[in-house]
Design a protein around this ligand. Structure first.
Ligand code: GMT
Length: 368
């Protein structure tokens, strides 16, 4: 198949999933055309069957808000025609699915160009329910020839909030288990907690610093904070306020998190809401049990007490107690680390999940 993929190319789960999906599809022989305003992170140029088309948005003085959505739609239609694309697959509803719908309309007099929308999380839970975006999000989902999302929770939430009649195919996030794998030799002597996110409110990164402060009353542990975003500065200040500044390292944005996970013992994911929790899956594949919050789609990924621990959102003491339990009970830790890896391999490896996208595309292409 010839597939056009559009995503947010910067840091964020939906862009990572879209990019890795494109790379895996190309390895399986499909021709992939990324259409976006920047080269997606994790996309190494020069790979066979991978193309990248940059969308340029002219900033005419009259435009207070440059219309990226329209420039994207025009470019999608052009690329689809020039490279004979079979379909478009857009990740994150706003504005990608609206642009895809316009591109399909542009080409309608000539040929059919179906599009698939994958809903990732905040496009539904935050942005889509914002009054100013609600009608266009609902319309764009309804216009989609195929809709997928990443957890049962997201499927239910989309139907509850938008009352759409689309068949929504649940296809979980996936992980390349040969790349993301445990490396006991890399694990440091000192107990290390790790957090990976874009440091937005919804991720509650401040809770990680609070958890560390609790944990350190009983275990000599440190915290590795990976990523960047609006709450990074407040996290650094909080570390000083709580007197743990010498035990927290901020690494900023990192392209190769698969090299970092094996260097830690536990992943902290104290999110307010998580549609799936890709970081937890990547950690599990590397043999790190997540201590996370029981929110959104996370219970579909993490089996509480088996592959990690789930505690209420904001209950930092409960999360810290779980961390201490794991760090002080070697047998429990080993069993949970093994179960986490096993679950990632047997439920969410690329070999299992990518064919689900291929089947979805085939259904969309064969529908009239
Ligand atoms: O929250 C992020 O890091 C970004 C966000 C996005 O849409 O870019 O991530 C969402 O998509 C990921 C990949 O499908 C999911 O694993 C995350 O759970 C989801 N984030 C939220 O729901 C907050």
């Amino acid at each position: 198949m010839r597939i056009g993929i559009t995503c947010y190319p910067t840091y964020g789960g939906s862009g990572i999933v879209a990019t890795e999906l494109g790379l895996e599809l190309a390895m399986r022989g499909h021709e992939i055309h990324f259409i976006s305003y920047a080269n997606p992170i994790r996309l190494d140029p020069g790979l066979p069957r991978i193309h990248y088309h940059e969308v340029e948005v002219s900033n005419y003085p009259l435009f207070q808000y440059p219309p990226y959505c329209l420039a994207l739609a025009s470019h999608m239609a052009e690329v689809a025609e020039r490279y004979h694309l079979d379909l478009l697959h857009v990740h994150y509803a706003i504005p990608h699915s609206t642009s895809a719908s316009l591109a399909r309309d542009i080409l309608k007099p000539k040929r059919r160009l179906p599009f698939v929308t994958t809903l990732h999380g905040t496009d539904i839970t935050l942005v889509g329910t914002d009054r100013s975006y609600y009608p266009i999000t609902k319309y764009s989902i309804e216009q989609s020839d195929g809709v997928t999302t990443i957890s049962d929770y997201m499927r239910r939430r989309t139907i509850d909030v938008f009352h759409v009649a689309n068949d929504i195919d649940v296809i979980g996030n996936f992980v390349n288990v040969s790349m993301y794998r445990p490396d006991p030799a890399a694990r440091p002597e000192r107990k290390r907690l790790m957090h990976v996110s874009n440091f937005r409110e919804v991720k509650r990164p401040l809770d990680c610093v609070r958890i560390l402060a609790y944990v350190r009353r009983e275990v000599d542990a440190e915290l590795m904070m990976v990523g960047d975003g609006p709450l990074r500065g407040p996290c650094e200040s909080l570390a000083w306020d709580l007197g743990v500044q010498d035990h927290v390292t901020f690494l900023g944005k990192q392209d190769h998190v698969e090299r970092l996970f094996p260097r830690a013992h536990i992943l902290l994911m104290p999110s307010e809401l998580e549609a799936f929790g890709l970081a937890a899956l990547e950690a599990m594949a590397c043999g790190l049990p997540p201590v996370a919050t029981a929110c959104g789609g996370v219970p579909e990924l993490v089996a509480d007490g088996v592959t990690g621990f789930l505690e209420p959102v904001g209950d930092v003491e409960a999360q810290a107690r779980r961390v201490v339990q794991l760090l002080t009970d070697e047998a429990l830790y080993r069993a949970m680390a093994q179960a986490a890896r096993h679950d990632a391999v047997t439920r969410f490896s690329t070999d299992l999940i990518i064919p689900k996208y291929e089947s979805h595309y085939e259904r969309v292409l064969s529908a009239k």
